[in-house]
Design a protein around this ligand. Sequence first.
Ligand SMILES: O=C(O)c1cc(C(=O)O)c2c(n1)C(=O)C(=O)c1cc(C(=O)O)[nH]c1-2
Length: 223
Amino acid sequence: MNGFEAELRAVAEKRYHHLHPFNQRMHAGELTRDELRGWILNRFHYQRHIPVKDAFVLAKLATPELRRMWLRRIQDHDGAAPGEGGIERWLRLGEAAGLERSLLLSGEGVLPGVRLAVDGYVNLCRNGSALEAVAASLTELFAPDLMRTRIAAFERHYQWIDPDGLRYFQVRVSQGRQDSGEALALVLDWARMRADQDKAVAALAYKCDLLWSLLDAVDGAYR
Ligand SMILES: O=C(O)c1cc(C(=O)O)c2c(n1)C(=O)C(=O)c1cc(C(=O)O)[nH]c1-2
């Protein structure tokens, strides 16, 4: 591993939301039903904007090979047909926790801080360079381990949620590994100069901060 890759990993190790008190309480089984439902509802706002931000990233990629690779991410979330894909699986997670899909789809109850955090990510991908947008997605290097911890915590502590609802997380473990492996290879290839490496590190730190802010908003609202 070169020094730049170590620097990227160190940023996420220190600032990624696996360390956030809300996630720590989730894993320890300390969340109430209302808190968990509030998280699922608010995180849906993030989920439904992932393919939107990925469409901005796609438009910045210069070759068919790169666009094909990135297009797969949009399909992972939107599915190839109605009733498929990550957004549908998140709606089923909501239903497994007792939340109507019409409520999630309405956007009602999404917290102001969550809207700002999600806007921050979409706008980074809209206005930033391809390097910055792809570097920001590198939080996914750490997401699969977090998903595995989360699945175990749900199975152990939150048995009132139908286990079929956990399918979103199970599928994301391998998708996240593939996504982050591809994104890391691109960032290492594109950022050879120190100035570019600094921009990539800053974009990743910003992404960590916005995920952290999203949980701050949820943590403060439902206690
Ligand atoms: O539940 C999580 O902790 C978590 C974190 C992240 C992340 O690190 O951004 C993503 C996801 N989930 C996720 O489900 C997902 O599809 C996803 C896409 C991206 C991205 O930046 O392109 N991050 C994430």
